[in-house]
Design a binder for this molecule. Sequence first.
Ligand code: AMP
Ligand code: MG
Length: 329
Amino acid sequence: MRKIRTLAVCLLCLLLSSCKAEPERRDFFAMDTVMSLMVYGRNAGAAIDAAESRIYELENSLSVNVQESDIARLNSLKETELGPDALALIRESIQFSGETGGCLDITVGTAVQAWGFPSDEFRIPPETELERLQRTIDYRGIKLTDSSATLEEEMQVDLGAIAKGYAADETLRILKEQGISSALADLGGNIAVLGKKADGTDWNIAVRNPGGEDYLGVWSGSDMALVTSGDYQRYFERGGIRYHHIIDPATAAPARSDLRSVTVVCPSALKADAYSTALFVMGSEKAERFWREKGDFELILFTDDARLIITDGLKDCFRTERKLEVLER
Ligand code: AMP
Ligand code: MG
């Protein structure tokens, strides 16, 4: 009798653990930021292992800071064979540069370094240097073949604006491949969610207030990416002026945008990452025009005079206690 009872208890435990409602969560540091994966399902641990390995693989190919990465090699040799990820991402970035009138341009590398990002040795380059830097930024100076790239002599590539978006898409792809249907990937503020939460409810993602420690509001939904670019994420201050890390390719200096943050909401994290950087550079008016032209993504904008603006596709899924302006299509 006791044996049967023990067996029944074991069976119950097994049943409960197989449909456990708690996600498995793992935090780790990669691509210069803290990443967090939250995964529901029985295979969660193994799926996270696979996704995490893929992220390190991408870092080793795409990061300028990894000595032997494809991008570091391209920057130093100016002509090199590239792995499939670097090749695909550079190809996509050139496409985004064309679409955004050059507001996204991965050849901002020289300027990013001159201003002291990412070494943290911040400085304000003099005007003559900025003029020289401007001549080193032009995505048309990258030439691709099926397996290699060449780069103009003075140029440096930096994939910081798009690599984490690409990695977020890859993370969800790997998780799906591992049989997962419910997960959240937060790659340093580049967020992508797969399905709904295990209990069938929507994911809730808070959007940070650039001007404080609180939030602008909360987005709720499923199967989506939310990527934010902002002047608060990386910056230094001199003489009361904030110099942030989003460079206007036309001036080689931090973009003088009327926006403090841009959140792009669309199914592709890569596109959201590329657009959020580009639209920050554009400023609110051009960003609105771009949204009307394209129409395949939604926006949450926060301006330097504290206006909170969303596009109409978010009306039913973005909650806030602030005064809200809605852009109607
Ligand atoms: P994000 O946080 O996605 O907006 O990307 C900002 C990072 O991308 C910076 O830290 C730079 O490494 C790089 N970057 C800055 N400005 C640009 C730009 N206009 N186009 C492409 N990459 C940029
Ligand atoms: Mg970006």
